[in-house]
Design a protein. Structure first.
Length: 347
């Protein structure tokens, strides 16, 4: 007997490195008219590197101590940022202290008890992993902002020396600004939610709710990202949407490199799922491509959810309708095309 077209398409998708979980899932892939893509681990490699380690003045920590503290809290996490922090600490030969009471908040960060203190690593705007005192965080961001821009708003190149995990031999403990210095021009944080000038992701480290420093992590675009995005745009007739928990600056860089114009940054997992739902309420059939635990609700809500398999979280792989097993982003438009061909044969 000849194989039914949808089953045959599943077999072909498998040869292309995409595991499609059912005939229904195969069929729905061809029905989508809009693509929404996660950034970290989907359009980017998902293997970031620590490119800056900055203890805050008064923290009593040097760069190594800050990195070791963050690594202790991140150690139990499988998040790409966590793996990068732990990897950087190991590369520096630092001792990673045992942690207890670990908790991860998807799309926000982690917290754990290290050496009797609650250590949180996470989004600046999210207030660490959630429990840290808001005012402390705002002060911490202001200090960071002053240090990055200088009191006169100029960025001091020597002060901004930052170094990459590859060597990390040169991680500098940057000189502290004059104590208590504040930049009045930038004191209105409300209108400056993204003070960090780097294209990377800056995360805040707090100890017992007090900010002790920041880490910046930088990821690389997947080489296939621009072509895959363009192919999805051509297939759907609309520009894909970028949905990310990362900051607007890092999101903008990836959008620019892939030709995406609809960028939504600093989203929490619930915002990603709402963005998908809103598109679908407007009559669109959305393909969502993601990799993280934070993407699982959006993968479930989308008309079709596709997970990146290599670095993808178990929850994302289980929730998705299909998994890109071979780590190739061009398989995403390819499988949509396969489904359309199969559906034409069925109908
Ligand atoms: P994305 O949507 O870009 O894939 P996530 O939703 O996983 O990213 O994370 C959003 C943001 O939350 C990150 O950019 C980071 O600031 C913070 N974050 C999440 N998990 C962690 C973690 N384990 N350690 C530090 N920061 C984290
Ligand atoms: Mg991701």
């Amino acid at each position: 007997a000849t194989m039914p077209p949808l089953l045959s398409a599943i077999a072909t998708a498998g040869r292309h490195g995409v595991l499609v979980k059912s005939a229904v899932a195969m069929e729905r892939l061809g029905e989508i008219d809009t693509a929404a893509l996660d950034k970290t681990g989907t359009l980017t490699e998902g293997t970031p590197e620590v490119t800056d380690v900055s203890p805050l003045p008064g923290s009593g920590l040097d760069a190594d101590a800050l990195l070791a503290l963050a690594a202790a809290a991140e150690h139990p996490s499988e998040h790409p940022l966590a793996r990068a922090v732990v990897g950087a600490a190991r590369a520096r030969g630092l001792r990673i202290a045992p942690a207890t009471g670990f908790a991860a908040t998807p799309g926000r960060g982690v917290s754990a008890v290290v050496g009797g203190c609650v250590v949180e690593v996470g989004r600046v705007e999210a207030g660490g992993a959630g429990a840290a005192d808001r005012m402390h965080l705002v002060d911490g961001v202001r200090d960071l902002d002053d240090r990055m821009h200088g009191a006169d708003g100029m960025q001091d190149a020597a002060d901004r020396r930052s170094v990459v995990a590859h060597g990390m031999q040169d991680v500098v403990d940057r000189p502290s600004p004059a104590d208590g210095r504040r930049n009045p021009a930038r004191s209105d944080l409300g209108s400056h939610p993204h003070p960090h000038p780097s294209a990377g992701t800056t995360v805040l480290v707090t100890r017992d709710s007090t900010p002790v420093g920041t880490l910046t992590l930088t990821d690389r675009l997947r080489p296939a990202a621009p072509a895959a995005t363009a192919a999805l745009a051509a297939l759907t007739g609309t520009t894909p949407v970028l949905l990310t928990g990362d900051n607007a600056h890092a999101a903008g860089r990836v959008a620019e490199a892939t030709g995406i114009t609809d960028v939504r940054a600093e989203l929490f997992p619930e915002d990603k799922v709402n963005a998908v739902r809103d598109l679908q309420l407007a009559g669109r059939k959305v393909l969502f491509v993601g990799d993280g635990v934070n993407d699982a609700p959006a993968l479930a809500a989308a008309h079709s959810g596709l997970a990146m398999g290599r670095a993808g979280s178990d929850l994302a792989l289980e929730t998705a309708d299909a998994v890109v097993v071979r780590d190739d982003l061009t398989a995403v438009p390819a499988v949509v095309r396969l489904s359309r061909t199969a559906r034409r044969l069925v109908l």
